[in-house]
Design a protein around this ligand. Structure first.
Ligand SMILES: NC(=O)c1ccc[n+]([C@@H]2O[C@H](COP(=O)([O-])OP(=O)(O)OC[C@H]3O[C@@H](n4cnc5c(N)ncnc54)[C@H](OP(=O)(O)O)[C@@H]3O)[C@@H](O)[C@H]2O)c1
Length: 347
């Protein structure tokens, strides 16, 4: 790896490392500060978030070095901007770095201009790190892949002049089911579905019901006590135009019971997506996808944060030294929102 030698910057730094051979995490105090390419900003990291399962991605990321920096959701301040960009040193930004590259559990990291957005007003740096991957995934699942509003060119937005939200009825009459509404992706999906007027049902533990209703869920199905098969109970009117799976496994398979025949859509981002035994219901479109980081999309989503209609949730925050606990918490599959590592101190 090339290093950077700008006098005001250290040449080495603190970083969490994941060894892809021994499959162990460690904290280094002498990891090289990366040199940005001409398409990347160098940022001083404030916070970074963990994605459940990310340490299992090595087989899909052939360019990871043996000692790879994990975590791809980041908030921080610009140190060296991309030449010609309108960002300057000290500007606050957030974004999601492509998992094929080095992550952001380090004091200085690089992020492509195309992945990066200015920090919206109304959110702190720690909370901001919990947003990008989850918000992109939910936005793309509902509007781009799920076509909840009929066309990805027709999405809700905050009108610059009036400050009003436009598109609040774009999905009125549509029924959406979010499997795992309380995880990072699900909690954003609930809010986006609600934003466009859909009837939103989420699966979660009973303890998260009131919280999810506060975020805009119309109904919460306690997955520990009721399956989707039992919820619809053969009543086609209770089936969904769009089912979005953020959990996988048995719950993903059960989710097929909720998709409307002839026109229903089933979208998944969880590992192991598959069709039920006997094939999928007639006339159902389905897709598993990997989200894409897009700075402009994040800026668009950030306006809902500033407006106060999009909330985020930090399940728990750890100092870098608490990396093992933090990764264990995320891997437990019990996090309500995201697990965040606080890397820097400055706001
Ligand atoms: N393909 C992509 O582009 C992409 C992008 C982002 C994330 N992902 C994947 O999406 C999945 C979700 O990630 P996440 O960060 O949103 O959430 P997460 O951290 O995996 O979810 C934790 C939550 O799941 C709930 N939960 C556990 N089992 C459940 C079940 N059977 N039904 C309903 N809820 C259940 C837990 O609630 P209780 O503790 O109350 O039970 C907890 O609140 C992960 O597998 C992640 O790798 C994929």
């Amino acid at each position: 790896m090339s290093t950077i030698t700008t006098p005001s910057l250290p040449s080495t730094q603190k970083a969490v490392l994941y060894n892809i051979e021994t499959k162990t995490l460690s904290l280094s105090t002498s990891h090289p500060v990366p040199a940005p390419s001409e398409k990347e900003h160098l940022i001083r990291v404030h916070s970074t978030a963990i994605t459940n399962g990310e340490l299992t991605w090595a087989p899909f990321c052939p360019d990871w070095p043996t000692e790879h920096v994990p975590c791809y959701d980041v908030s921080g301040t610009i140190v060296i901007p991309v030449p010609g960009s309108d960002l300057k040193p000290g500007d606050k930004v957030f974004g999601r770095v492509d998992a094929q590259r080095e992550g952001t559990a380090q004091e200085y990291a690089t992020i492509l201009q195309s992945e990066n957005a200015r920090l919206p007003a109304g959110i702190g740096m720690l909370e901001a790190a919990s947003v990008p991957m989850s918000a992109h995934t939910a936005w793309q699942a509902l509007f781009e892949k799920g076509l909840l509003t009929g066309d990805f060119n027709r999405v809700p937005y905050v009108d610059e002049t009036s400050g009003e939200i436009v598109g609040k009825e774009l999905a009125k009459g549509k029924r959406v089911l979010i499997l795992n509404a309380a995880g990072g992706v699900g909690l954003h999906a609930v809010q986006f579905g609600n934003l466009v007027g859909a009837w939103v049902v989420g699966t979660a533990s009973k303890k998260n019901e009131e919280w999810l209703k506060g975020l805009g869920a119309d109904e919460v199905v306690d997955y520990r006590n009721m399956s989707i098969k039992e919820y619809v109970a053969g009543d086609d009117a209770k089936k969904f135009d769009l089912v979005f799976d953020c959990v996988g496994g048995e719950s993903m398979l059960d989710g097929w019971n909720g998709v409307k025949e002839e026109g229903g859509v089933y979208i998944s981002v969880a590992p192991g997506f598959g069709e039920p035994q006997g094939g999928k219901p007639k006339g159902v479109r389905s897709e598993w996808f990997i989200m894409e980081a897009r700075g402009k999309e994040l800026e668009h989503i950030g306006k809902f944060i500033t407006k106060g209609v999009l909330k985020t949730a930090v399940d728990s925050a750890y100092e870098m030294e608490g990396f093992e606990e933090a990764f264990a918490r995320s891997a437990s599959g019990r996090a309500k929102g995201k697990v965040v590592l606080r890397v820097g101190k400055d706001e």
